[in-house]
Each structure stands twice: as C-alpha cells, then as structure tokens.
Design a protein around this ligand. Sequence first.
Ligand code: BES
Ligand code: ZN
Length: 605
Amino acid sequence: MIETVFKRDVHSYSDPERVRTSHVHLELAVHFAARRLEGSVTLTIGCPMGAREELVLDTKDLSIHRVLVSKDGGSYSDTPFTLGRPDQLLGAPLAIDVPRGASHVRIEYATQPQASGLQWLEPGETADKIHPFLLTQSQAIHARSWIPLQDTPGVRVTFSAVVRTPAPLQAIMGAQSRHVAADDRYEFRMDLPIPSYLFALAVGNIVFASLGPRTGVYAEPGLLADAAHEFEDTELMMSAAERLFGPYRWGRYDLLVLPPSFPLGGMENPCLTFVTPTLIAGDKSLNTLIAHELAHSWSGNLVSAATWGDFWLNEGFTTYIERRIQEELYGVERACMEDVLAFDWLEHELARLAPQDQILHINLEGRDPDENTTRIPYVKGALFLRSLELEFGRPRFDAFLRGYFDHFAFQSVTTERFVDYLESHLLRLDPAHASRVRLHEWIESPGLPQSTPRTVSVAFEGVEKAASDWLRGALSLKEIGARHWSTHELLRFLDVLPDRLELQKMAGLDRVFNFTSSRNTEILYRWLLMAIRNQYEPAYSKLEGFLSTIGRRKFVKPLYEELLRTPAGRERVERLYQRNRSTYHPITRGAIDKLLDGSVPEPRA
Ligand code: BES
Ligand code: ZN
C-alpha cells in the first residue's frame, strides 16, 4: 500500500498531486565542442481526469524547442506551453497544456553551456589529459538544468535512455542495465523508481575493472589499477551492509572515479557511485567514503527524503550506517576514531552556525538546499540514531531500521512520517526507554541534547598526549615519528595542534612526517591549512598545485577562506582564482564566489 502524505516541496514548481510522472525516457546526443546536450525527454504521466490539465515541470537554463503529447505513446502532436520567468535558484517553470487522456509528453530541448548540473572538462583537466570529459551532478536541484522534469525527491520514476557520443568516448549512466548498441550509441534502463536527483550521466574515456561478483570500478585508464586496489573492499562492504540491513536491491554496485575537479567526495548515483580520485591514498585509509555512498543504497536511494528539509533522513542514516559498516570490516577502534574526528568537526561547525541552521528538520524555504551540507544533517543526524541504538540496544534498533527500510522501500518520506513510524514501531513498545528519548530536541531544536553520546578512542588519547607533550617540550618529534601512526592517528594529531605554530616547529614536523609531500589528500589538506595560517612558505607551491588541480569543495573552500584572512593571502587568492575559476565545477565556483563577495573573514586572534 502506498499512502501519499503530501508535503509541498518549496524547491520545485511541479504539482505532483495533479499530474505525476512515472517514467522518463531520454534521447540525448553529446556535443563537446558546443558544450551541449541535445535531444528529447518523453515523460509517461498518470492520465489527467479533467478536460485538460496543466503539467508544470522544472527547468533551469534549458532551450525548449517543442512540446508534444500523445494518448498512446505512438502518435504525437504539438501542444501549447509557456516557459515562465526564471528564478536564480529554482530556474523557470515550464507549463504544458495536457489534453484529457494524454499519457505521454515529449519535450525537445537542448542544454546550455552554463548548466549548473553539468561539468564539461577539457582534456587537460582529466587524469590522462587526452580526451574531454562530461559529468552530471543532479543533487540537490540541478537535474532540471539537463532534463526538464518534476524535480522533486517526492516523485519517483523509472527510466530508459539512449545516449549518443562520438567514439572513442563512452557514455555511462547510473542504471541497472547498460548496453552498447553501436560504437556511438549507449542504452540504459532503470526499472526501479528513483527520485530525480539520482539521474546521472558521465562521458569520457573510461575502462572497467571487476572488484567482485556484484562490484566493479570504472576509471580513466591511467587511474584504473590504483583505483581497483584502493577500493578492493567494496564487495565486503556490500555483504556487511546486507547482513545488517537487508538485501541490496539494485543488482550491481559499481564506482566511477572522476577527474580531480569533481566537486564532491562522492555521490550515490544508483548502481554507480561517483567518487573523487582524492580518495586514492594507496592504503585504503579514506575508503569510509565508499561505505557512505554504498549505505545510501538503503538510506537515500531505497527510502528517500521527500523534500530537502528532510535531507537529514538521507545523510544522518547514511552516516550512521557508514560507521556500522566500518566496524564490521575494520573493528570498533577504527569506527571510534572516525566518530571522534567527525564529532570534532561538528563542534567546530556548531560554533559558527546560526541556531536555525543547527536543526535537523531544517526550513530551507527561499534557500539553496546545497547550503545544508554542514555536519548537522550528517553527524548530528547519526548521533541521534546512535543515541537510539544505545537506549534500546543493538538487536532491537537494528530490527527497527531493517523494518523501516522494508516498510518504506522505494518511497519518499517526510520527517513527520519517520517520526510516526518511530513512535509506533519503537518508542511505544517500550515506554520506559522512550521516556528518555529527547525526540523533539534532536529533530526540531538547535545544538545537541545534554544526553548526546560521546565516543572515546583509546588510540587518540595517546595521540593527544603526545601532541601536548611535544608542545611543552617533554617529547621529541623523533620519538613521535617512531610510533608509526596510522592515517587516522596522524589526522587527529594535526587536528589537535594549535592554529599558531612557530616556523621552526612547522619545519620540524615536515622533516619528520614529510607532510608537504603527503600522498594522502586528507593529511595534505590539513597541513596546507596550517601552512597558510603560519605562513610556512615551503608548502606554498604545493598549495598552488593543489588548488589548480583539485576541485573538491570540502578542501578548496576552506583553503581559500584561510588565505583570505590576510592581505597577502587575498592577493594570492585573486591571482590563483582568476586562473582556476573556469576549471572548477559550478558547485565549487559558487562557494568561492560567495567567499569573495562576502566580507573578508576576521583575522584569527
Ligand atoms: N549525497 C551526498 C552529496 C550531496 C549532498 C550532493 C547534497 C549535493 C547536495 C553524498 O552522499 C555525500 O554525502 N558526500 C560527501 C561525502 C561523505 C562521506 C560525507 C561529500 O561529498 O563530501
Ligand atoms: Zn551522503
């Protein structure tokens, strides 16, 4: 039974209560020189009952050539449409006249070069530097910049697609079936209903390596071997997640490693997670992100947040499951270390976020949903679930979660519906424990409840002690170096060092740990931040190289922000950003533009 509890999505012009799309068929040709996708989309809609209906679609920077309708999917005829005035954030509504009994609507259209959901890369911006590359990023509201559709996570559709691209480039989509029909024609199908933000396409020179019976990795040829090694535990992660939360329902799970300008760490496109190459550290130490994107196959893709204000249902659950997978594979201590690193980051954010932005069930009306990618929906959301786990015990909480995924499979849910389900399937069954759950405080209030569970890591206690002993002169760097810390321990060490360090100490650290030449981007990123804060010049050319190749917003934005705190740094930013701006993805570019428009951040005390 599918009940529909309707909540208006403030980020979509569509009105799915009147007409609802059930299937999307795409026919697209990829034109690299013009930076354009051109073709058509055919939407299968629930038949409108009235004399005629209006179907409103979301679009952003699309050129609409023609709109047609059909009653049987066979013969099509033109129908009137109007493209409304564009809004900077939401784009423009496309209102289509749909006569009684119509079942299909076809829109012939083309994208524009500035489409916010597309990134067109020159050969020089790829790993192999030979062929161009195209990638999409639809979440949160960018699908509308490359497909006119009902762009709300409350509507789920199956899809089929034909993509034409010149050989030797290959097209790939996040789909259950992928088929090469001719050397320039690729066909895809997704028979399970997905929300629009999971539509994904990439085109480039990519090759494949198998990781296990149901898992594999696609990457540019030059990266493939390293990627396959880095992500070799993917199949194990999948089995661990299945043991915990029920069957993986999407068939295959593959990864696509993107060029370094990919703006995110990862994106859980169905059957084909998109990942940044900055995870390839050589030692699998950053593969938690794979566990995260895989976990979205349950929390997010199977059961999806119905609006962007419910985003924490995707990310909080996923961050919780990500930890559980890590614990299964690598043990409790590694999961604890990651908890501590994440908690630290959450506390830093809580210190600077306005109270209304610290709420899980956030009000995003009039705001860009991409702004809600703070640690609140992720880490606060996961802590809430962890607190339920501790209160009710693992066996009961795991059974509850598994039941939740089964009950709402292939549906989109609001926070209100989740709360109803939680009350009826967990809280009401055990009033004594339930009375200690600060439900409203967790979901609707800023900050963290007093009862927030804190994780301790024994290994990190040693790291923290070593750091303070070194700072007060009681321990030498050589002795610390001899401890051969893991990546996580090194990350903790860098996190607990003070913002200000004498140059001589910086140089000492670099000598012992070779931070400036670290291959691990998480370590290098923290080190570069410290280098900027302390004007440690030996790391500057590395910093410039980093900002000229890597486009991951999580790294790039704080580095520019730190540089902007001094006049000399600002000059450097202006020079660097002028050179790099056009190579950054619209998501990263938008974040840096905003920094530069805003006031100069206060110098640190
Ligand atoms: N679904 C998100 C990425 C996203 C969120 C894109 C909101 C656009 C809007 C993805 O699963 C994610 O959370 N990625 C994180 C990595 C994760 C391990 C914290 C990222 O890219 O940093
Ligand atoms: Zn996520």
